[in-house]
Write a protein that binds this ligand. Structure first.
Ligand SMILES: Cc1ncc(C[n+]2csc(CCOP(=O)(O)OP(=O)(O)O)c2C)c(N)n1
Length: 399
């Protein structure tokens, strides 16, 4: 086991003092420590590729390698700038990657991590990036870290340190930002699900949002045939929803997204917003945090998602929260009746179409919920594997 304080001070002694990345549950202690203690020398990036870019810029301006942390799910996002920017065949930029190994072969994990876990080491090796798995013994791990940093500098290239589950001793995030609202995310989700038309389908994002959709359906005694629970592929739920909405224009499609996920692939909103899919409603549950992996902050707390969505071309609906004089203290029932009102307004507008209706631009809807961080301690996970989810969902879509 390694204490993060010791690991970070070892990095500092080797000249690695700048940290960027995307939070990961296996690296929770490391992410919490740098969030608390590294101030301006730490930036949580939108996605792992952006973190590689930031590390490259840091090196260009300081001559020092930076450290990029990520879950192995983010390997794909990082491959392009690793291969076409940092690689010795291109600009040859030293950096240290610290990668949480979800789905390590032989270790039980969720289905979305199995494939990535199998290829984590070999994918880095295929890229020609020297890769070592950190041993559990602290002295040996620090020694290996020093060696790898020396190699990154000597050969002016990226190197990877892979982190197994349980390597870092627990460090709890101290610097938690206050919640931006009191509404629990699971209550907001339940309120929305209760109001949705019977034949509407949902595409929900990775992490706790999908788990809460699943658990809410169970609680309501409903089946799971209308929910595509996107367990991986962070940031792409809105594009999956758009694919469905375009192919089935008479079907109502609801995307349940997170702030971290939508920021990770913000470009998707620009495309969905101008898609013309008026049957699509994109809902962002903003808690200003990467709640599912430890609650590290996103920039979501400082962003006006509704303004952005409008610029991107969406039809921004008045959030059920804003329909109440005192949005603090609202719960499932208020969210459900707010959603019912929005849906009935849409129906009315359709029935009383003005003559020029067909000339108007067709826009997808956007709804923002501001929610509190945190989830139930006993929150479960989908019991069926993703392929069963897919088959059930396609049965709903294709009859
Ligand atoms: C490409 C990629 N990077 C990192 C992760 C790890 N990860 C899983 S959920 C999550 C946070 C999601 O945050 P948000 O969308 O705001 O939802 P919240 O958990 O706050 O409800 C992260 C970083 C991942 N699954 N995929």
């Amino acid at each position: 086991m390694i204490y993060v304080e010791k690991f970070v001070s070892c990095l500092g002694e080797e000249g690695v003092e700048f940290f960027t990345g995307v939070p990961d549950s296996l690296l929770k202690s490391f992410c919490a420590y740098v969030t608390d203690n590294c101030g301006e020398n730490h930036v949580i990036a939108a996605n792992e590729g952006g973190a590689v870019g930031l590390a490259a810029g840091h090196y260009l301006a300081t001559g020092k390698p930076a450290l990029i942390y990520m879950q192995n799910s983010g390997q794909g996002n990082a491959v392009n700038p690793l291969a076409s920017l940092a690689d010795p065949d291109v600009y040859s930029i030293p950096m240290v990657l610290l990668v949480g190994w979800r789905g390590e072969p032989g270790v039980k994990d969720e289905p979305q991590h199995v494939k990535q876990g199998k290829v984590t080491v070999s994918l880095f090796e295929t890229l020609g990036i020297p890769t070592e798995v950190l041993p559990d013994d602290e002295a040996a791990a620090l020694e290996l870290t020093r060696k790898m940093i020396a190699r990154a500098k000597a050969e002016s290239r990226p190197v990877t340190l892979v982190v197994r589950k349980g390597l870092f001793a627990e460090y709890k995030l101290q610097n938690k930002k206050p919640d931006i609202a009191s509404l629990p995310r699971e209550q907001a989700i339940e309120g929305v699900l209760k109001a949705l038309p019977k034949d509407a389908v949902v595409v929900s994002t990775t992490g706790m949002i999908s788990r809460e959709v699943y658990e809410t359906r169970e609680r309501l005694g409903q089946d799971h045939s209308r929910d595509f629970l996107t367990v991986g592929s962070m940031g792409h739920a809105s594009m999956i929803a758009m694919g469905i909405a375009k192919a089935q224009p008479d079907r109502k499609v609801y995307c349940f997204d997170g702030d971290g996920a939508s920021i990770m692939q913000m470009g998707n909103m620009a495309i969905v917003g101008r898609s013309g899919c008026e049957n699509l409603t994109h809902i962002v549950f903003n808690n200003a945090a990467h709640d599912s992996v430890g609650g590290q902050p996103t920039v979501g707390g400082d962003m006006d998602f509704e303004k952005l969505a409008e610029e991107f071309g969406y039809n921004v609906l008045q959030s059920p929260q804003d329909q109440y004089v005192n949005p603090e203290g609202i719960g499932v029932d208020e969210v459900a009746s707010g959603m019912n009102w929005l849906i009935s307004m849409e129906e009315q507008a359709k029935q009383h179409k003005p003559d020029y209706y067909d000339e108007l631009p067709k826009k997808p809807n956007f709804i923002l919920f501001k929610v509190a961080k945190g989830a139930r301690k006993d929150l479960g996970r989908p019991k069926e594997p993703p392929q069963v989810n897919k088959v059930l969902y396609m049965k709903t879509l294709l009859g």
